[in-house]
Write a protein that binds this ligand. Structure first.
Ligand code: G6P
Length: 605
């Protein structure tokens, strides 16, 4: 999703800005641009292609400058078009880049139009540019401060103006923005990752704050103009895992990284202890009597999978909410509820909003399960558990999902121990299941050649139904989500028992029905559901545990998984779905790592 990089330095910073954009590329975008001040005027280059092409154009034009702003845009207001790409100018005097959505932009646009401003884009950003221009009276930081008081919605912005060539001003509310410090060179970015080439010193801005950067130094003020003192942090950035190695796409690489990523996530000194989650005391979770899990997309499926673990292992009621729904719903807060926002990025606007909503209702206990230690969600929560997936670049989440599941399993067992529902013997069993997980995942990945054969058949279809039961129902949902995200085949995930209440009407000889079949307590019920499909001549593709006693028959294709893996089985069963979606998408020739219309980190509502 949208990304910001900006800075002020003595040297030409255009290469820094472009490298920053390149590092944010994986989040998804549909246009990009850069602007600098040169010869007393703002100059910009905007492109509807990739950052690589922007870079070429910038070089051809010889665009250079010590004060600049740059952006990757994921369209919200206004189609992906050059005139809507950022930076956006006001009267060739103010230049701005913006992440977020301004909700009252229409009212502001009307006022500004009456005041004589002409609009050349369909963006909500242009109202901010004109507002700053309107308030400008020789002090850019003051103009920004006054302008943002009129905005409703979410924003992170970086601005420069023609009249003050050695100054860049940033502001944020609801969208992340960080200052990067490299001696006398100062930068702004929506994610520290963008600046990892130039610095490891960062100052995180908070909502309502304004950052004023110039060649004389930086200062932060609040929305009343009062100075804010904030120390910097040194961050060792995760290594840029940019090399594809033997893989065709990052998604494929990330699928194959899972055995290591899950092992990194659970390899801790005290695996089932509250201190693992950042609590200072092993008894910190003692009052917890309910769990509220929040997430979007794949992270929501992690929550759904883990709900069963909290209930069966820790005997604690767990509620799962889609973040974008929960944040606007009337709910009854529980005093001792542990609120668990789950997010790969930790910046997803809806999950962050849901977390803040829970806090506003009085929920005190919050624990973020997140892959990014510096993210807003981690900072907003009392406790956190950082999954060790490493940087995930493919838009379709894979290793983030399985590492989240490991984290949630650790939490369920921790609570189970604390509540007296997990004895030493059970704990030892869980520990040994975790230890064997990597090897089991390796053996599932070895099924790739068989899965490729199925993918070639699936690639010719327009629709697919995914079925699962119990703790594997969310895995069916995740399988359907992966397939639609990257292959653009319409897919639905269903609890298999629900088939006869609707989706069975869709089953014909051309409808593939893809089933996850662990040898658990629901296997016999699931087998009956499979028969219901075969009786209607549906084409069944089953990923069945080796001990599930399912084999190839007419209209029934089976790929054998390892033997039933117990409670952690959903982690094994999602892998073939990821591979099936991946190879189906490859066969159809889609842009696997950057599927159309989607973004990696959705920082707007
Ligand atoms: C986007 C991504 C998904 C991801 C979801 C939630 O939609 O494309 O892959 O599952 O956001 O992201 P989060 O970072 O909060 O896990």
């Amino acid at each position: 999703m949208c990304g910001i990089v900006a800075g002020v330095a003595e040297r030409n910073i255009v290469p820094v800005l472009l490298e920053g954009l390149r590092r944010l590329e994986y989040r998804g975008y549909d246009s990009c641009g850069v602007a600098v001040l040169r010869d007393g005027a703002p100059h910009r280059v905007r492109s509807l292609t990739r950052v690589r092409s922007l870079d070429r154009e910038v070089r051809e034009m010889g665009l250079e400058g010590g004060t600049g702003i740059a952006h990757t845009r994921w369209a919200t207001h206004g189609a992906p078009a050059t005139q809507n790409a950022h930076p956006i100018f006001s009267k060739n005097e103010i230049a701005i880049v913006h992440n977020g959505i301004i909700e009252n932009f229409e009212a502001l646009k009307t006022t500004l139009t009456r005041a004589g401003y002409e609009f050349s884009s369909q963006t909500d950003t242009e109202v901010i540019a004109h507002l700053i221009h309107r308030y400008y009276n020789g002090d850019l930081a003051d103009a920004v401060r006054r302008a943002v008081t009129e905005l409703r919605g979410a924003y992170a912005i970086a601005v420069f103006c023609k009249a003050e060539p050695k100054r860049v001003v940033g502001a944020r509310h609801g969208s992340p923005l960080v200052i990067g410090v490299n001696g006398r060179e100062l930068f702004l970015a929506s994610d520290p990752l963008a600046l990892s080439d130039v610095t490891d010193r960062f100052v995180f801005l908070q909502d309502g704050e304004i950052a004023d950067l110039s060649r004389d130094g930086s200062r932060i003020m609040n929305r009343d103009g009062q100075p804010v003192v904030r120390g910097g942090r040194t961050l060792s950035q995760p290594p840029a895992e940019a090399a594809l190695g033997p893989y065709r796409h990052f998604m494929q690489k990330e699928i194959f990284e899972q055995p290591h990523a899950v092992a990194r996530t659970f390899r801790r000194k005290r695996p089932f202890d509250a201190t693992l989650f950042g609590a200072t005391s092993p008894y910190a979770f003692a009052p917890i009597d309910r769990i509220l899990l929040l997430g979007c997309g794949t992270s929501h499926h992690s929550a759904m999978t883990a709900k069963a673990w909290f209930e069966s292992i820790a005997k604690i009621p767990a509620q799962v909410e889609i973040s974008s729904e929960y944040r606007y719903r009337e709910t009854i807060p529980g005093k001792n509820t542990l609120v668990v926002p789950i997010s790969q990025s930790g910046e997803t606007a809806d999950t962050l909003g849901a977390l803040m909503h829970a806090q506003s209702l009085g929920h005190e206990y919050t624990l973020a399960i997140c892959n990014v230690a510096t993210s807003a969600m981690v900072r907003q929560s009392c406790w956190s558990f950082i999954t060790q997936a490493g940087t995930e670049i493919g838009v379709a989440s894979t290793k983030a999902f399985t590492t989240q599941l490991v984290a949630l399993f650790l939490l369920a067992v921790t609570l189970g121990r604390l509540r007296g529902h997990v004895d030493e013997q059970q704990e030892a069993t869980y520990r040994s299941q975790l230890s064997g997980l990597s090897t089991a995942l390796q053996s599932v990945l070895a099924r790739e050649p068989q899965i490729i054969a199925w993918a070639h058949e699936l690639a010719r279809k327009d629709d697919a139904i995914f079925l699962g039961r119990g703790s594997h129902y969310p895995i069916a949902l995740e399988g359907a989500l992966k397939l639609k995200e990257i292959s653009y085949i319409h897919a639905e995930g269903y609890p298999a028992g629900e088939l006869k209440h609707g989706p069975l009407a869709l089953v014909t000889e051309s409808m593939p029905v893809i089933v996850t079949a662990p040898n658990d307590g629901l296997l016999e019920k699931l087998k009956s559901n499979i028969q219901e499909v075969r009786a209607r001549r549906g084409l069944v593709y089953v990923f069945a545990d080796a001990d599930a006693n399912l084999s190839n028959e007419e209209n029934q294709h089976v790929i054998q998984m390892p033997e039933y893996y117990g409670t952690l089985s959903p982690i094994l069963h999602v892998l073939p779905f990821q591979l099936l979606a991946y190879h189906t998408a490859c066969t159809r020739g889609t842009d696997v790592d950057k599927p159309r219309n989607l973004a990696k980190s959705v920082t707007v509502e």
